[in-house]
Design a protein around this ligand. Structure first.
Ligand SMILES: [Zn+2]
Length: 83
């Protein structure tokens, strides 16, 4: 299957996620090897994903960490018997 520029927006997510049919991903890989416009598009998509992922990596509030017992501080209270 030959991937054309108009197919890239639809297929690029799977390509970046390494998801979906191998044939499609291979087609995208071959296409962006030859097409600088689509290469730029995929690069932008990857960058956007990275920024979005980083925004989720903010620290959890102390109250949440304590409540879940994830902190390495004094967490004697496991929440059992809490109101
Ligand atoms: Zn293209």
């Amino acid at each position: 299957m030959t991937i054309k520029c108009r197919d890239i927006p639809e297929k690029a997510n799977d390509y970046v996620d390494r998801d979906g049919p191998v044939g499609d991903r291979l087609g995208v890989a071959l296409h962006i090897a030859m097409c600088s416009n689509c290469r730029t598009y995929v690069r932008g998509l990857r960058l956007t994903r990275r920024i979005a992922a980083a925004s989720f990596r903010t620290e959890a509030p102390d109250a949440v960490v304590t409540r879940l017992g994830l902190g390495d501080g004094p967490s004697t209270d496991t929440g059992k018997g809490a109101p």
